[in-house]
Design a protein around this ligand. Structure first.
Ligand code: SAH
Length: 451
């Protein structure tokens, strides 16, 4: 019988999608965070479930050849990176396998798996950060990151995935909060003003946006904050986002500009792209360009196509292909993102694009009713995937090709299996590492109508 607090010596033989090492105790599966395939380790059981258990790493007896020195003090606690202790090559191998396993096991899909597109930068690639705030035992405010699957805030002074400059901006804001006695929001009591510091960096233009997520619109001494921050000329937008709900969703629905513009502008695939605080924008700009190039290549556009870009955000994917199609229709649920998409078409001289603000399931129904027949549909849904109704309605529109971009291989595999049951063939899949050092991986799938 395996019980809590017992110690064992085991070999790590696999890795889960969350980045936990997997081993066996007399055939019983054990998950051990912070280990690597090839490690021989001493572990202590911390939780026993019916068919598996969790254990804590006590000692590495023989290290895996994949291991590298860990360079972040928050690594074992923060919910961001899970692979800082192994080489990037071994991380890429795991991610390749993870995508392949998901499509084979969940989707029963047998296809051509192209080698993962690796990131050139594995640190400093993120252009966005959302720091939750808390107060320490001495009453001092601090910013950090949530621990894995938790709302416990792990302090972190320097996240290696973020641009260096974010640290200084964050520090200035904390200084402002402290000097002006501004209260920090407390999740338990619902009291306090500031919930999150949210920063965005448009890497190509250099523009930076600072958003303070607050429970109210009015920030005391806001002029002092603006003065402190705008000594940095790259900070071109300072915004208050109001979120007064008792929720773990970070952003509220309304934004108020304290200073400068209400959006920042980046350049992506040669297009100027405006991004508002509420609009989605890929966090890894360089890899997003490669992701879109792969999608464009899969779509095989010739200039005569009608293209639908479902879940289009600020229009970035469709606009990157607008010159290669006759007509582009983008669909997105967030109104601010659709506004950005329209501005983005206009400011890049793109006149063959239309954007619809609607739920994807409703928009596909509406397009079907109008007898709309796209040649290519690109979908880039959130983690939960497209779902049955969207897949069915796309199939009814009879596009020759569907290009699926997904940040969740499991739901992508499920959706692809539905396409396969309804007359489409999964031609190839390419994983793309948009999120080095974290457990996340993106993939692009080409589905073709079987004629
Ligand atoms: N293709 C864009 C955005 C991808 S993220 C890009 O690459 O930048 C997924 C997008 O889907 C987000 O913008 C999100 O707001 C949007 N979304 C989420 N649920 C939706 C739904 N039910 N209908 C339409 N869009 C949705």
């Amino acid at each position: 019988m395996i019980a809590k607090n017992q110690e064992y010596i085991i070999d790590i033989i696999g890795m889960t999608n969350e980045g936990n090492g997997v081993g066996k105790i007399d055939g019983f599966t054990v998950f051990v965070p912070l280990t690597a395939v090839g490690d021989r380790v001493r572990i202590k059981v911390v939780k026993v479930c019916s068919s598996y258990c969790y254990a804590r790493l006590e000692e590495i007896l023989t290290p895996s050849p994949d291991r590298i020195p860990v360079d972040c003090v928050a690594f074992s606690q923060c919910g961001g990176c899970v692979y800082r202790h192994i080489s990037y090559d071994s991380e890429l191998r795991l991610k390749q396998q993870q995508v392949q396993d998901a499509f084979e096991r969940i989707g029963g899909i047998d296809t051509d798996y192209l080698p993962i597109c690796a990131g050139e930068r594995i640190d400093g690639y993120r252009n966005k950060s959302q720091y939750p705030l808390a107060v320490n035992t001495e009453g001092k405010p601090y910013a950090g990151f949530y621990a894995m699957r938790s709302h416990r805030i792990v302090p972190c002074d320097r996240c290696l995935l973020l641009p260096d400059r974010f640290e200084a901006i964050k520090r200035k804001i904390l200084k402002f909060i402290e000097e002006n006695n501004i209260s920090i929001y407390d999740e338990l009591t619902g009291k306090g003003l500031i919930r999150h510091i949210y920063l965005r960096h448009a890497e190509k233009t250099g523009e930076i946006m600072v958003v303070l997520v607050c429970t109210r619109k009015r920030l005391p001494h806001a002029d002092r904050l603006v003065e402190m921050l705008t000594s940095d000329p790259d900070i071109v937008s300072i915004v208050i986002n109001v979120n007064d709900k008792n929720t773990n969703v970070i952003l509220g629905e309304s934004c108020f500009v304290l200073y400068g513009k209400e959006q920042i502008c980046d350049i992506l695939c040669s297009n100027k792209i405006n991004i508002s605080p509420l609009s989605f924008y890929q966090v890894n700009r360089d890899q997003a360009e490669r992701l879109y190039e792969i999608a464009s290549c899969f779509a095989g556009l010739t200039g005569s196509e009608i293209l639908v870009d479902l879940y289009c955000g600020a229009g970035t994917i469709g606009l990157s292909m607008a010159k290669k199609v006759k007509r582009l229709i983008g669909v997105e649920i967030i109104p601010q993102a659709i506004e950005n998409a329209k501005e983005n078409a206009a400011q890049n001289g793109i006149s063959n694009a239309e954007f619809i603000c609607a739920d994807a399931a409703k928009a596909t129904k509406m397009l079907l009713r109008r007898g709309f027949q796209p040649d290519v549909v690109i979908v880039d849904p959130p983690r939960k995937g497209c779902g049955e109704s969207v897949v069915r309605d796309i199939v009814l529109m009879k596009p020759e090709k569907v290009v699926m971009i997904s940040c969740n291989p499991a739901t992508a595999a499920r959706d692809c299996a539905m396409f396969q049951e309804q007359g489409y063939r999964c031609v190839k899949i390419q994983p793309v590492d948009l999120f080095p050092r974290t457990a996340h991986v993106e993939c692009v799938v080409l589905l073709e109508m079987i004629k």
